[in-house]
Design a protein around this ligand. Structure first.
Ligand code: ADP
Length: 398
């Protein structure tokens, strides 16, 4: 079975065509600068090719991607009939979609009602789905939601102590994001340990440009650091994460900014980049602090501290801790950050093999020593494979 996975961003469209017998992508790529001058497609089928091409909208981008998939030299299939299903990454399922679903026109209409909850991503996600419906009308389309894995978080952890009426009227609550990643690495971790997710108390740390953590008990998420939007929780590349919400009107008054402007400041001009004044990229922060840059050093310490604090909180929420999983750009590659987080958690009995950890990047493995009280794993995330697996399982059943 061939499954095409599509991840539509506001001006990009990532694609991967999976051969589900082997569970590997046969071709993949990204169409960038959709709707702007200078658009192009970076395509990979063993070899990398860049195609400069005008892409006025997502439908044209998808048409060009489908042509590439069927190209005798660059592609992997002869006709679109060889695509058995398409899996779409969708930012928000609100409280309606709590697991991946086979999409139809009615469900797409429901999704349009959630645009307000993700004004940057949702129109692009929906655009990608509609383009597939019109170009491949007979192929099943599946939606996989970034929020779905967190649907099991109980009310005491997903509600905010605002007037309850606001929840009832506007569904203001914690949704959480990066769900496909947390779900994938939590399941892989259980497989790696040769255990059933039942009975496992786990914390998954998705540390990338956007970062979040999840507390997972018996394979189900019971809490996560991101909230109503992806702003809450950890310190990220350009996002501040947790802070006193009263700072928002205070900044607004002091700097004569509208709420939207303060929102942009917290989302795009804060975090590693805003605090250090340097960069959102942890590699730049690491380099700068090794050269004695004070604010880079401080923001790194803040980043680690926030993570350690949440591990403590989630260990309490889980009633213990069996396993921690590092994933995403920083979690997979930044061995110093992994080491520093684990050192701070020594009091919980966390102990990693620092020699093994040193220099280790992107390889699935156990970092903890045999006498560690907590298993510490590095599991590279694969959100597209996670979506492909959900799509495969739903289509197989249908
Ligand atoms: P996203 O999907 O949110 O864009 P990724 O999971 O791809 O993020 O992570 C990208 C981030 O990972 C970069 O911004 C950088 O901070 C971090 N990163 C990548 N490689 C390294 C590395 N070798 N050392 C430290 N940080 C790294």
């Amino acid at each position: 079975m061939n499954i095409l996975v599509i991840n539509s961003g506001s001006s990009s469209l990532k694609y991967k065509l999976f051969d589900m017998d082997k569970k590997v992508p046969v071709v993949s790529g990204i169409a960038e600068r959709i709707g702007f001058d200078g658009s192009f497609i970076k395509h990979e089928n063993g070899e990398k090719t860049v195609i400069n091409i005008e892409l006025p909208d997502h439908k044209v981008a998808l048409q060009e991607v489908l042509k590439l998939l069927m190209d005798p030299k660059l592609g992997a299939i002869k006709s679109l009939d060889e695509i058995d299903a398409v899996g779409h990454r969708i930012l928000h399922g609100q409280e309606v979609f709590t697991e991946s679903v086979i999409l139809d026109k009615e469900k797409v209409e429901t999704l349009k009602g959630f645009i307000e909850m993700g004004p940057l991503h949702m129109p692009a996600n929906i655009g990608g789905i509609e383009a597939c419906f019109s170009l491949m009308p007979n192929v099943p389309q599946v939606g996989a939601f970034d929020t779905a894995f967190h649907a099991t978080i109980p009310p005491k952890a997903h509600l905010y102590a605002l007037p309850y009426d606001l929840y009832e009227r506007y569904r203001i609550r914690r949704y959480g994001f990066h769900g496909t990643s947390h779900k994938y690495v939590a399941n892989r971790a259980a497989e790696f340990l040769g255990r059933s997710p039942e009975g496992l108390k786990m914390i998954t740390l998705h540390l990338g440009n956007g970062s979040s953590m999840a507390a997972v008990k018996d394979g189900k998420c019971i809490d996560t650091t991101m909230g109503f939007t992806p702003l809450e929780g950890l310190i990220m590349g350009t996002r501040c994460g947790d802070m006193d919400p009263a700072i928002v009107p205070y900044i607004g008054k002091k700097l004569d900014m509208t709420p939207d402007e303060v929102d942009a400041l917290m989302n795009k001009e804060s975090g590693l980049k805003g605090f250090s004044g340097l960069s959102n990229d942890m590699r730049d922060i690491q380099k700068a602090r090794s050269e004695g840059h004070k604010l880079a050093q401080l923001v790194y310490e803040m980043f680690i501290y926030r993570i350690v604090k949440y591990v403590g909180a989630y260990t309490a929420a889980l009633g213990g801790l069996d396993c921690m999983v590092f994933t995403a750009g920083i979690g997979e590659n930044d061995y110093e950050a992994r080491r520093d987080i684990c050192r701070e958690l020594g009091f919980l009995g966390v102990k990693i093999d620092e020699e093994l950890n040193d220099g280790l990047r992107g390889k699935e493995c156990r970092l903890s020593t045999p006498d560690s009280k907590v298993e510490v794993l590095l599991i590279p995330t694969d959100e597209e494979l996670s979506i492909a697996l959900d799509t495969f399982n739903l289509v197989k059943k249908a």
